[in-house]
Design a binder for this molecule. Structure first.
Ligand code: ZN
Length: 259
């Protein structure tokens, strides 16, 4: 099931996206299905007439895994980590499909990082690897936008990874999905830049969930970004960036200057 958050001009609502490709409809649901389950209101709108929003506003945090694909570790000249490398993006960095990524004045090297996102469904701590599915609500597409120059110069990554608009999520949450071997691809202005498979993650999703929850409580609506394949590179104002996760969908955003 595809769970979207959308607006037709009024307050944001949640809905289930269905129907044939290119002719989908959004069936509105009561409340937030992450907490309330899926109860249809009976109202429907063509997807083309709805503006999609970030499908989830992370309750407390976006937890990211750095250097989780060997080819990406190599392209940046780092060593393969012995344990998952965890960092945070603030929930204020989250934007939705087609929202602008604002190019900050402080950076001159802003990169895209296409990633698979995991949406947490329940409060959890110390999740054993074998129980990981119990705490996952679904999956979405993310772009871990990074000011690469500030990441190098700051040491701590809060600024480089945490600017407003540096965490596009969407277009929806897919709840029926096997994340173990799907393609993650990023296009910049229609040109393919990144293509990897989630099967190449150094630390797979069960390991990542177990590791994060060994020291940190995850809340429903928190999101894990699972790392980026090789091929990261710079974006400039005016560029359009699209991240596709096979079986979920495509997340597209445009880079704008602060102006
Ligand atoms: Zn990343």
């Amino acid at each position: 099931m595809r769970i979207a958050r959308f607006t037709t001009g009024d307050d944001p609502e949640y809905g289930v996206v269905g129907g044939p490709d290119g002719d989908e409809i959004v069936a509105a649901v009561v409340g937030d299905p992450l907490y309330a389950g899926v109860e249809l209101t009976g109202a429907q709108v063509p997807l083309a007439d709805a503006r999609l929003l970030a499908p989830v506003i992370p309750r407390s945090k976006v937890v990211c895994i750095g250097r989780n694909y060997a080819a990406h570790v190599e392209e940046l000249g780092h060593d393969v980590p012995a344990e998952p490398l965890v960092f945070l993006k603030p929930n204020t960095s989250v934007v939705g499909p087609f929202d602008p990524i604002v190019y900050p004045a402080q950076s001159s090297n802003v990169h895209f990082e296409g990633e698979l996102g995991v949406v947490i469904g329940r409060i959890c701590r110390d999740v054993p690897g074998a129980k990981w599915k119990d705490v996952v609500y679904g999956y979405t597409v993310g772009n871990d936008v990074t000011a690469r120059d500030l990441q190098e110069s700051d040491g701590q990554w809060a600024r480089a990874k945490g600017f407003d608009s540096f965490c596009p999520l969407g277009p929806w949450i897919e709840t029926d999905f096997d994340p173990s071997d799907v393609a993650v691809a990023t296009e910049l202005n229609g040109e393919l830049k990144q293509k990897g498979s989630t099967s190449l993650m150094l630390f797979d999703i069960p390991t990542v969930i177990s590791y994060i929850t060994s020291f940190m409580t995850l809340l429903p609506g928190d999101v894990i970004l699972t790392g980026t394949p090789a091929g990261v590179g710079p974006m400039r104002p005016g560029d359009q960036v699209s991240v596709t996760v096979e079986g979920i969908g495509t997340l597209t955003n445009t880079v704008v200057s602060r102006g």
